[in-house]
Write a protein that binds this ligand. Structure first.
Ligand code: XMP
Length: 516
C-alpha cells in the first residue's frame, strides 16, 4: 500500500454563525486543512486526533446570557491545543473561565476602530490602529483570570489573550474582508501560535485524492452519472486520472437540458477524453412523465421518480461495478451535519429525487472535503475546460422548472432558443462570469403585441439574473439597460411565439432564484 499523506488541521466549532464557512475557507487559504464540527463536539473526540493543531470557536446568533445557550465541552479549554474564540466564542470562553459578560450598552454593528495597546504573537505585522468589523449584542466586561486585554474599540474589549494557555479571543470578525488585517490575525493564530505546518494546496489535494481513490477502488469498476455540472465533471476527470477506464460513466439526456448541452458534453468526454461513457436518450420518457402536470412540486416529483427508474435500469447494465461515485462537496456535508446542530437556515435539499435506498454499490465521494472554489481549481488543474468549470449552477430538474406550467417539447424548444440568446449575449458582453446565475423562464401567459402591421398574441419570456455567493440569499443583477434591451430585442425578433420580454427584479428572499 502507498503511504497516506498526512496533514495538520484546524477545527472550527460551529455555533451557528453565518460566516462559519468563511472561517474555514480563510484557514485553507493560509494552507491548512480545516474542518467544521458541531459546537457540542467533545474534548475526547478532539483529543483523539493528533493532527488537530488549533481550535476556533465561531460566532453565533445566541446570547451566552440565556439558559439555553449553545454550550461547549469546557474540557476543551484544558486540552493544551491553542484556541481562538470569535465573538460568541470569545464570550463563551470568558464566561466558562470566570469572566463577566453583559448586554452591551451600545452594541456595535459594522466597522469600528480597534486600538492595539499590547503587542503579542496574535498581532504580529498588524498596526496599532485599524478597522475591524463587529456584530454583537453582548460583550466581555471583566476578562477571565489569566487573560490580558490586548486591544479595544471605543465600546468594547476587542482582543484578549491568555498567553500561557494559548487562548486568544476576538470580539470582531477576522474572517470578513471588512476587518483590516483579518487574514493576518488568522495567519498569526494558525502559523505562530498553533505552529501548524501548511500543506493544503492543489498538488496535495490532487495527490491525496488520487491515492485514496486507488487505494479504495483497487481493480474494481466505478460507476458515475455524469450531469455536465461542475462537480460531476471534475469528479469524472479526477476518477479518470486515478483509475482510467475502470471508470464507467453514463449520461442521461432528459430532454430538459439547455440548447446543444447534450452534444457538447458527449463531445467533450467521449471524443476529447476518451472516457467510457454511455449515452441514454430518455427524452420521451421524461416528457411522458411530465405530461399534464402543472404544479411545481408534482413536476419535481415526476422527474425525480423517473430519474430513479432510469438509474435502476442502469445498475443492471453496470452490474460489474462495485462502486458508485457521487459529487458531494463540503458545503453539502456541512448542511446535512448542521441539521442536528444550531438552528441556522438550511437550504432544502433538492437534488433530483435522491438515489434508491437499497444500493448494492459502495459509495465513494472523493470531493467530500472540498469547497466549491477548490473543486473548480482542481478541475482547471485536471484540464476540465474553463467553460465547464466556470459554469453557473443548473438545477437537477432542468428546464422543466423554467417552463412555467405544463412542459411540452415545443415549449422547451422555445425556452431553449431564448435562453441561448440571453446566455450567448452575456458571454459576448463579458458579463457571464460577473453574475452568479442567469437564465430565462417561459411564462404560461399570452399578451398582445404588434409586429410590422400585425397584431400578435404570444407568450412571455422572463429574464432572471442574480448576484450571490452562497445562493441562500441573492439580489437581482443590475445589468445595464442597454444590454437588457438588446437581449429583449433579439428574443422577440428571433424566437417564434414570443412577443414580450420582462426582467425579474425580485431578490431572494422573498423570491427564490428559480421560479418553480
Ligand atoms: P432556489 O430556487 O431555491 O435555488 O433559490 C437555489 C439554487 O439551487 C438551485 N436549484 C436546484 N439545484 N436541484 C438542484 O441540484 C434542484 O432541484 C434545484 N432547485 C433549485 C438553483 O438553480 C439555485 O442555484
Amino acid at each position: 500500500e502507498l503511504p497516506v499523506p498526512t496533514t495538520d488541521k484546524i477545527v472550527i466549532l460551529d455555533f451557528g454563525s453565518q460566516t462559519v464557512q468563511l472561517i474555514a475557507r480563510r484557514i485553507r487559504e493560509i494552507g491548512l486543512y480545516s474542518e467544521i464540527l458541531p459546537y457540542h463536539t467533545s474534548a475526547a473526540t478532539l483529543a483523539s486526533d493528533p493532527s488537530i493543531k488549533g481550535i476556533i470557536l465561531s460566532g453565533g446568533p445566541d446570547s451566552v446570557l440565556t439558559d439555553d445557550r449553545l454550550d461547549m465541552d469546557e474540557l476543551i479549554l484544558d486540552l493544551g491545543i491553542p484556541i481562538c474564540g470569535i465573538c460568541y466564542g470569545m464570550q463563551l470562553i470568558h464566561q466558562k473561565m470566570g469572566g463577566t459578560i453583559a448586554r452591551a450598552v451600545h452594541s456595535e454593528y459594522g466597522k469600528t476602530e480597534c486600538t492595539i495597546h499590547t503587542a503579542s504573537k496574535i498581532t504580529a505585522n498588524i498596526p496599532s490602529s485599524h478597522t475591524v468589523w463587529m456584530s454583537h449584542g453582548d460583550q466581555v466586561i471583566t476578562p477571565a483570570p489569566g487573560f490580558q486585554v490586548l486591544g479595544v474599540t471605543p465600546e468594547a474589549i476587542a482582543l484578549s489573550g491568555h498567553l500561557e494557555k494559548n487562548i486568544y479571543t476576538m470580539q470582531f470578525h477576522p474572517e470578513v474582508t471588512q476587518t483590516e488585517f483579518g487574514f493576518t490575525y488568522l495567519s498569526n493564530f494558525v502559523l505562530n501560535i498553533c505552529h501548524a505546518v501548511p500543506s493544503w494546496n492543489l498538488d496535495f489535494i490532487l495527490e491525496e485524492a488520487i491515492e485514496k481513490i486507488r487505494r479504495t477502488v483497487k481493480t474494481e469498476k466505478v460507476m458515475l452519472a455524469l450531469s455536465g455540472g461542475v462537480d460531476s465533471s471534475v469528479l469524472a476527470m479526477l476518477l479518470h486520472r486515478a483509475i482510467g477506464n475502470q471508470l464507467r460513466c453514463f449520461y442521461v439526456n432528459t430532454g430538459l437540458m439547455r440548447k446543444k448541452e447534450t452534444e457538447s458534453i458527449m463531445a467533450t468526454y467521449l471524443k476529447h477524453y476518451h472516457m467510457d461513457i454511455r449515452y441514454i436518450d430518455a427524452e420521451d420518457r421524461f416528457l411522458l412523465a411530465l405530461k399534464g402536470l402543472k404544479d411545481p412540486e408534482a413536476k419535481r416529483k415526476a422527474i425525480g421518480s423517473e430519474f430513479i427508474r432510469v438509474f435502476e435500469e442502469m445498475t443492471t447494465t453496470f452490474s460489474d461495478c462495485r462502486f458508485l461515485a457521487q459529487g458531494t462537496i463540503y458545503p453539502d456535508v456541512i448542511e446535512s451535519q448542521s441539521l442536528n446542530g444550531p438552528g441556522k437556515t438550511i437550504k432544502s435539499h433538492h437534488n433530483v429525487g435522491g438515489l434508491p435506498q437499497d444500493l448494492k454499490f459502495t459509495l465513494i465521494e472523493p470531493l467530500r472535503q472540498l469547497f466549491k472554489d477548490e473543486v473548480r481549481a482542481l478541475g482547471i488543474k485536471l484540464g476540465v475546460p474553463e467553460s465547464i468549470v466556470k459554469r453557473h449552477p443548473f438545477p437537477g430538474p432542468g428546464l422543466a422548472i423554467r417552463v412555467i406550467g405544463e412542459v411540452t417539447k415545443e415549449r422547451l424548444d422555445t425556452l431553449r432558443e431564448a435562453d441561448d440568446i440571453f446566455i450567448s449575449l452575456l458571454r459576448d458582453a463579458n458579463l457571464y462570469d460577473q453574475v452568479a446565475q442567469a437564465f430565462v423562464c417561459l411564462l404560461p401567459v399570452k399578451t398582445v403585441g404588434v409586429m410590422g402591421d400585425e397584431r400578435t398574441y404570444q407568450e412571455v419570456i422572463a429574464i432572471r439574473s442574480v448576484d450571490t455567493v452562497d445562493f441562500m440569499s441573492a439580489t437581482f443583477s443590475k445589468l445595464p439597460w442597454s444590454f437588457v434591451e438588446k437581449v429583449a430585442c433579439q428574443i422577440v425578433n428571433q424566437v417564434r411565439g414570443v412577443n414580450r420580454v420582462v426582467y425579474d427584479v425580485t431578490s431572494k428572499p422573498p423570491g427564490t432564484i428559480e421560479w418553480e
